[in-house]
Design a protein around this ligand. Sequence first.
Ligand code: CA
Length: 224
Amino acid sequence: MRLLLAEDEQALSKALTAILERNNYSVDAVFDGQTALEYLESDNYDGVILDIMLPKKDGITVLRELRSRGSRVPVLLLTAKSEIDDKVLGLDAGANDYLTKPFHSRELLARIRAMTRSQTAQPDSVLQLGNITLNRATFLLSSPTGSFRLSNKEFQMMELLMANPRSLISSERFLEKIWGYDSETELNVVWVYISYLRKNLTALHANIQIKALRNAGYTLEETP
Ligand code: CA
């Protein structure tokens, strides 16, 4: 999943980016509200972590503009203050959740999982298809016979496939979602990761498979 982090405190932004990447998210960090809105025009994000006190445009204004143009991307507000007014204002402006600084990274991660859950149409942090599960908290890909802990890119690719079973996902979509628009990465890297995932599925005796459709992309399906 790709997250936008809008936080102007450089040290905190750096620390949060490291934590999120270690937990298998792709992250774009911006440092003011105006830039956040520009990045959000791409519609390429699964969630936004939005500080309220931001230069150029504050978080509440960003959130209002985002919602007024019809975006339903989940937004977690960060507030340095514990004033109830900020929280009420934020929730009324369309935030999905808020977190008061300072917070523990485990709580941040749990809240991100919770707010991005609705996008996967499954009620908890475990995605399932056939005899395979993917745990979004532990990154374990499991079957009744075993499990693998997936690395960042492998996890994100499998998450995208399992959240959209039987749907065609193009190589370009994987690339822009996981590696980002600005990436210099070549399209064939997607095929490389697909082949890793197929090896894992085979080793797990999965009754699902990643099918390739020539020049179109990949689908995750039950094995006939
Ligand atoms: Ca701030």
